[in-house]
Design a protein around this ligand. Structure first.
Ligand SMILES: C[S@@+](CC[C@H](N)C(=O)[O-])C[C@H]1O[C@@H](n2cnc3c(N)ncnc32)[C@H](O)[C@@H]1O
Length: 262
């Protein structure tokens, strides 16, 4: 494409704009944003998944077993990568548009249009459940975690990646590596927010819930799991693309948890 034309038609990159919401229907918001997310997730090298996050998460994931459930699979990139690694993947998402994209990309992966809070599976059918960057986007994350515990066999594992609750509780005041991070609302009270991001010609609204770390840990314990691992990944050096990205080397972007079903 002519460089002048692409400069005119592409919206310029800008830092994330966060809007606090009094209430949200997260399931409906993700269906509404599905087309934007599919474009975002599939652009090669575009987001943290490709830059470093998938590989860090896979470091938490046990080797392939009998059956692996991908909760909130989106357009299916992690399902496809796990399948490539030898997992027998079953993928679930509540958004029809996301699930259709996942099915079309790999018809060989078993997919179900379902709410993670009411899984269409029997007890103990899986030895691994992964929920990669999806629980913060679910309305009833506690029931979803309980359901994950129910469908796991004893000795099975739940691997979770979410936006770190510290990240979702506040924001950097400025755009430099040294900018202060401020929590002006409550860390402890659950809340909702929409993060609007424009990067490399793509725009998306990530509509999510903030819940404190304790809320996730209690839900995991109530589901009959013990936490084996808790990791707080920050931005690795090789993923620094702009000077202000360094802010995210002082605080964790994500939270990784691995639970073992008793
Ligand atoms: C940020 S996307 C992550 C998708 C995928 N795991 C990835 O990393 O590419 C969050 C996904 O969670 C799904 N989701 C939200 N609420 C859900 C629910 N109650 N049950 C199942 N999926 C849900 C959304 O439709 C969306 O596809």
């Amino acid at each position: 494409m002519c460089p002048t034309l692409s400069a005119v038609t592409k919206p310029p990159d800008r830092p994330l704009i966060r809007t606090r919401l009094d209430t949200a229907d997260l399931g409906a918001a993700w269906e509404a944003n599905a087309a934007a997310f599919i474009a975002w997730a599939r652009k090669p090298g575009h987001d943290s998944y490709w830059q470093f996050h998938r590989d860090l998460f896979l470091g938490l994931v046990p080797p392939p077993g009998r059956r692996t459930l991908d909760l909130g699979c989106g357009e299916g990139r992690l399902s496809r990568d796990l399948s490539e690694l030898g997992h027998h993947v079953v993928a679930v998402d509540r958004s029809p548009t996301m699930l259709a994209a996942a099915r079309a990309a790999d018809p060989g992966i078993e997919t179900h249009l379902a709410d993670a809070a009411a899984l269409p599976f029997g007890d103990g059918e899986f030895d691994l459940v992964v929920a990669f960057m999806s629980l913060q986007d679910m309305d009833d994350y506690e029931r979803a975690i309980r359901e994950a515990g129910r469908v796991l066999v004893s000795g099975g594992r739940l691997c979770i990646a979410i936006v770190h609750p510290l990240n979702s509780a506040g924001r950097f005041e400025g755009n430099t590596a040294e900018s202060s991070f401020v929590v002006s609302d409550s860390y402890l009270d659950p809340s909702y927010h929409a993060d609007n991001v424009v990067r490399d010609g793509l725009e998306i609204d990530f509509v999510s819930g903030h819940r404190p770390l304790q809320a996730y840990c209690e839900a995991i314990a109530d589901a009959g799991l013990v936490i084996e691992r808790l990791r707080e990944p920050a931005l690795p050096e090789h993923a620094i693309t702009r000077p202000h990205s360094r802010r995210w080397q002082r605080l964790p972007l994500f939270l990784h948890l691995r639970g073992l079903k008793q």
